[in-house]
Ligand binder design. Sequence first.
Ligand SMILES: [Zn+2]
Length: 78
Amino acid sequence: MTPDPSLLVPLALPLLIVTVGYGVLCWIRPFRPCRHCAGTTRTTGRFTGRPRPCRHCDHTGLTLRAGRRATNALRRLR
Ligand SMILES: [Zn+2]
């Protein structure tokens, strides 16, 4: 039994579009706002509530996207 190609195209095409779109996004904008401080570079302490520099993004407000991190790791393997 061979799969009908007319059924595979509607399933594979959106997946391909999303994958290529995310790859282009990682190429154009490799950094995204930090999810811990929302790009403000400051967070509040857990117990004291005082504002502190965000240690997750090293006080930059930006973190590398997961796709770009994977691309960089694959490039380092070569
Ligand atoms: Zn941060």
